[in-house]
Design a protein around this ligand. Structure first.
Ligand code: FE2
Length: 205
């Protein structure tokens, strides 16, 4: 029997209590946002279980069950990974990063202010996500853009900051004022978490 679709069901990670006490981003918005994340987890589990029953002989690039399930699996997994990064590195006091991440952005962007300004602009230009990620091949830090949970990943790059700019992230608190939401995002970042990722992965060395 093929193990191609062997999988373990995963569960949504719990939110840290500090996520309910963000500055400018309400508990109501975070709770609604968390329910969307739970939905991505449930669909990832559902799609993987349904893939085992999809007929491989009917695989077709225009439409087939296999295609539909595999395309939407990337949306579900993207939604999980993006939001786990997002929730994990919020709940802090913002300010300027002073640790490993601060040193890295100062080196790669010239200054923390330059990094922040470019990530904000990238977020304003995106329809879903903006990420600060380290590309292991180019060995550089860059602010990448995403329009959906599954667009546009750059292979072999590791995101260390994930800015959600889908309307669901801010409409409840900020209406259409995305720029104000992005400022609030920066004010709630927990750079100790980001430093931990930079150090654990050996990014920038
Ligand atoms: Fe989101």
């Amino acid at each position: 029997m093929s193990l191609a679709y062997n999988h373990t069901e995963i569960a949504a990670r719990e939110l840290k209590p500090s996520l309910y006490e963000l500055e400018g981003i309400s508990r109501q918005a975070v709770e609604a946002h968390y329910r969307l994340y739970e939905g991505y987890v449930a669909k990832r589990n559902e799609i993987l279980s349904r893939l085992a029953d999809a007929d491989p002989a009917a695989a077709n690039q225009t439409y087939s069950e296999l295609r539909a399930l595999k395309v939407e699996l990337t949306f579900a997994i993207g939604g999980i990974k993006n939001h786990e990064l997002y929730f994990e590195h919020l709940g802090g006091n913002g300010g300027d990063p002073k640790g490993a991440f601060g040193e890295l952005v100062a080196r790669e962007f010239g200054s923390v202010a330059e990094w922040r300004a470019d990530l904000k602009a990238t977020g304003m230009a995106a329809r879903g996500w903006a990420w600060t990620a380290w590309d292991w091949d180019e060995r550089r830090l860059f602010n990448y853009i995403g329009d959906a949970q599954n667009t546009f990943p750059v292979w072999n790059a590791t995101p260390v900051v994930a800015l959600d700019v889908y309307e669901h992230a801010y409409f409840l608190d900020f209406g259409t004022d995305r720029a104000a939401y992005i400022d609030a995002f920066f004010n709630n970042l927990d750079y100790a978490v980001v430093d931990g990722w930079v150090e654990a992965y050996g990014i920038g060395r």
